[in-house]
Write a protein that binds this ligand. Structure first.
Ligand code: ARG
Length: 464
């Protein structure tokens, strides 16, 4: 059978393998809603401009409404022979209303049609992802508030460096996810121009009104260049790029959860809801969800690389290569949704072992910097020299196998006679953390203030 839509010149139907490689309706039916909305706006404009008469216009609109119902009730039969979602819908429209259906595609090509549909789909995807990142921020902020005073070791090089608060650590991720949201917002802004009316590539001789269709579809304006309009997929790449960075952040948090939940760290515990057992080793509680969030990041990078590669050698304007854009973006969206939900679930679920974190924060001379800072400030000794003095004191503690706070005053005075009893007020991890009150520092008081600020910056309904 020849295709009804472009079959005029073809005597035989497409070879099976041709259909196999060409068909996209299996996945691009996800654009159905956008396609219907795009067609509605286009039809309204054609009537407003006197290109299609009112009667035909009404018939088209009614037909589109019936198709929408068929699709939402699961009664629409997508046919592979009709290639893609656009031709499936148009063909069904012809079944339902007959001849007037043929007028819908006046002054339109599938090239500007698919570019418009896909832009609207990505726009909605950005909004959904942004909302889910917001929810993730919200549970992180709640957890940070609950643990503003919980002491843990802060790491550099994965070596215990200085005591920090768990709340402060979690708020670092709130910042990262905030930047992710600003990248999504930025991508949405740039995306929001309408390709509709660009035609196949050159525009049209019909007296269309692209501003009207742009407005009806909630775009800020029509795209300025018809050739750019049908060939641009930057918006999809922008989304994948923001998604890849977002996935990187989730992966880093997931990696920390994997570490923290190990017996060696013992910092957090997941309930049974987020732990899996081993089929052989009964003692194991595996953080599979965290590992999968970390692992799925690979798909996100893969998708970004794939679409960049599809686009990099394409001459203007549309080439069928570009049909490859959709599966990549759909998969990225599905992956992000899953990972965001799993990450938020794990954040809520994880229970810190406060004693264990505190003990770990005290071990390994993590308050050595506090000791050096005290010597610098109280004795007015240059920091470089204090650093040296502290090094000697650490060595004594190391030799005795005890913490800095366990040394006697006499032992410290043997290194620097001017040291006083007051030194002991800075040697505990609590004192250390509480002293970090510089802007952005880890002190519990700061964390409480930052929790409040973060709620205003990120969770307030008015936040753009
Ligand atoms: N299914 C096609 C795609 O996704 C729609 C555009 C087809 N345009 C064309 N000139 N064959 O890219």
């Amino acid at each position: 059978m020849t295709s009804k839509m472009w079959g005029g010149r073809f005597s035989a139907g497409p070879a099976a393998i041709m259909e196999e490689i060409n068909v996209s309706v299996g996945f691009d039916q996800r654009l159905a809603k956008q396609d219907l909305n795009g067609s509605r706006a286009h039809c309204t404009m054609l009537v407003a401009q006197g290109i299609v008469n009112k009667e035909d216009g009404n018939a088209i609109q009614e037909g589109l409404t019936r198709i929408e119902k068929e699709i939402s009730s699961g009664n629409f039969l997508f046919k592979r022979a009709l290639e893609d979602v656009h031709m499936n819908i148009e063909s069904r429209l012809a079944d339902l209303i007959g001849a007037p259906a043929g007028r819908l595609h006046t002054a339109r090509s599938r090239n500007d049609q698919v570019a418009t549909d896909f832009r609207m789909w990505v726009r909605a995807a950005i909004e959904t992802v942004d909302d889910e990142v917001r929810k993730l921020q919200s549970v992180l902020i709640d957890k940070a508030e609950a643990h503003a005073d919980t002491i843990m070791p802060g790491f550099t090089h994965l070596q215990a460096a200085q005591p920090v608060t768990f709340g402060h650590h979690l708020l670092a991720y709130v910042e990262m996810f905030g930047r992710d949201r600003s990248r999504l917002t930025d991508a949405r802004k740039r995306l929001n121009e309408s390709p509709l009316g660009a035609g196949a590539l050159a525009g049209t001789s019909f007296p269309i009104d692209r501003h009207l269709t742009a407005e009806k579809l909630n775009f800020d304006r029509p795209m300025a260049n018809s050739m750019d309009a049908v060939s641009d997929r930057d918006f999809a790449i922008d989304f994948l790029c923001a998604g890849a960075i977002l996935a990187t952040h989730m992966s880093r948090l997931a990696e920390e959860m994997v570490n923290w939940s190990s017996a060696q760290f013992g910092f957090i515990r997941f309930t049974d809801a987020f732990s899996t057992g081993s089929s052989m080793m009964p003692q194991k509680r595996n953080p599979d969800a965290a590992e999968l969030v970390r692992g799925k990041t690979g798909r996100m990078f893969g998708g970004l690389t794939a679409l960049l590669t599809v686009m990099k050698g394409l001459p203007l304007t549309y080439s069928k290569d570009m049909q490859e854009d959709k599966e990549i973006v759909f998969a990225a969206f599905d992956t992000l949704e899953l990972c965001l939900a799993a990450t938020a679930g794990m954040v809520v679920d994880m229970q810190p072992n406060v004693e264990r974190m505190r003990a770990s924060a005290a071990a390994g001379f993590t308050t050595a910097t506090d000791l050096a800072d005290w010597v610098t400030q109280a004795l007015n000794i240059p920091f470089r020299e204090s650093h040296h003095i502290t090094g000697k004191i650490v060595k004594i503690a190391e030799g005795k196998g005890c913490d800095l706070a366990d040394l006697s005053l006499a032992e410290m005075q043997a290194v620097e006679p001017r040291i006083t009893q007051d030194i002991f007020t800075v040697l505990t991890p609590e004192a250390s953390a509480a002293s970090r009150i510089s802007f952005g520092g880890t002190a519990p008081a700061n964390v409480r203030a930052q929790v409040k600020a973060a709620r205003e910056r990120f969770l307030d309904e008015r936040t753009p």
